[in-house]
Design a protein around this ligand. Structure first.
Ligand code: PLP
Length: 387
């Protein structure tokens, strides 16, 4: 845990990303950050710790730098870094108490529902699964014991947009906190705390890391929940021990330096690819919030003014077998799960999610990278020609 202590002299995200990740208190003058792989720190004879660090599960200079940068970039009060996005999600659930009820989106990162069903049900946490684009449905799902509203916007894999402002207000009026999984946007494209949410959750594995080589997660708390919630989360982080290694924190911090450039380019590429595919006769449907045909286009433009993100899904109107075969015809999109790296990936989502998945058979999810857009569209054209 760490406070966003540095004054915000930088006005723009791109500058803040560099400033917030610079070495702090390094006596060598090193411009790049050092890595502190140590697990433990020297204690003075009077029992104190000169540096304030005791043991790396509690805190470590690399983690502290990452957490401070995350809080600063999100405009939050405090941030906690974890070993994965799922560790961050589990920590958020562990902060609730037995008997609490949570409302989850019908379309969301698959393991969020799984962790609610398979792990936290045993802890007497109940949950409802709701279409978050339907305000009345969310309202109807609220119970006296509802403690948390979980949002993911755009959602995975159908790119649905939830009204973060309206739903956060609804939750607050009913004594529940709102947590937004902002993995697909990052603060470059969307700032849920400014829209009224209480907590922002990340799989930093994706865009923060940006190179598909490091797992991580984060929770960033806004005011006023931070005062009450931060000590609870700090305790779970420290006692649970699902903390990122110093080297992983170093990689994430390094990733943050180019996050703005990457996401801007990836979002621009995705917008062009979505437009291109939406006019292609062999593509039945393109799900992308930046297309005017998207059901929540106006809302997405309001919530994500800097870009519509770099994730899209397409439906081909074909069988599952034909849909999966198309992946093999693409040369520049690697068939792999995950997203947010510099390389373009593609995935048949339903067969990854399992039998109870609500994802359509003919849907392919695309994570658009930083390759040249003309190469990417040409690759799709030649693949669709063979369909
Ligand atoms: C990947 C992902 C997660 C899970 O994060 P891990 O780092 O894989 O544990 C959660 N939410 C979203 C939206 C994701 O894309």
């Amino acid at each position: 845990m760490s406070k966003a202590s540095k004054p915000n002299t930088a006005k723009h995200f791109a500058t803040m990303a560099i400033q917030s990740t610079e070495p702090k208190g390094d006596e060598t003058g090193s411009v790049a950050n050092s890595i502190y792989p140590t697990t433990t720190f020297k204690r003075e004879l009077d029992g104190s710790y000169n540096s304030g660090y005791i043991y790396t599960r509690h805190d470590n200079p690399n983690r502290q730098l990452l957490e401070e940068a995350l809080a600063t970039l999100e405009g939050g009060e405090t941030a906690f870094a974890f070993a994965s996005g799922m560790a961050a999600i589990s920590t958020m659930f562990q902060a609730l108490k037995a008997g609490d009820h949570v409302i989850l989106p019908d379309d969301a990162y698959y393991s969020v529902q799984a962790v609610a069903k398979d792990v936290f049900k045993r802890w007497e946490l109940s949950h409802s699964i709701v279409d978050m684009t339907d305000y009345e449905a969310v309202q109807a799902a609220i119970r006296p014991e509802t403690a948390m509203l979980w949002l993911e916007s755009p959602s995975n894999p159908q790119l649905k947009i939830s009204d973060i402002t309206a739903l956060s207000k609804l939750a607050k009026a009913n004594g529940a906190i709102t947590v937004v999984d902002n993995t697909w946007c990052t603060p470059v494209l969307q700032k849920p705390l400014n829209l009224g949410a209480d907590v922002v959750m990340y799989s930093t594995t994706k865009y923060f890391g940006g190179h598909s080589d490091c797992l991580g997660g984060a929770l960033v708390l806004g005011e006023p929940v931070s005062e009450e919630l931060a000590p609870v989360l700090k305790n779970i982080q420290s006692l649970g021990g699902a903390v990122p290694a110093p080297f992983d924190c170093w990689l994430m911090t390094r990733g943050i330096k180019t996050l703005y450039l990457r996401l801007k380019q990836q979002s621009e590429n995705a917008t062009k690819l979505a437009k291109h595919l939406s006019t292609h006769e062999k593509v039945a449907m393109v799900h992308f919030p930046g297309l005017p045909t998207h059901p929540q286009y106006d809302l997405s433009m309001k919530q994500m003014p800097e870009g519509s993100g770099a994730m899209l899904s397409v439906q081909l109107g074909k069988s599952q077998a034909e849909t999966m075969a198309l992946i093999g015809k693409l040369n520049l999109f690697t068939a792999a799960t995950s997203l947010g790296g510099v390389e373009s990936l593609i995935e048949h989502r339903k067969s990854v999610e399992g039998d109870d998945s609500l994802t359509p058979d003919d849907l392919l999810r695309i994570s658009v990278g930083i390759e040249h857009i003309d190469d990417l569209t040409a690759d799709w054209d030649q693949a669709l020609d063979k369909l």
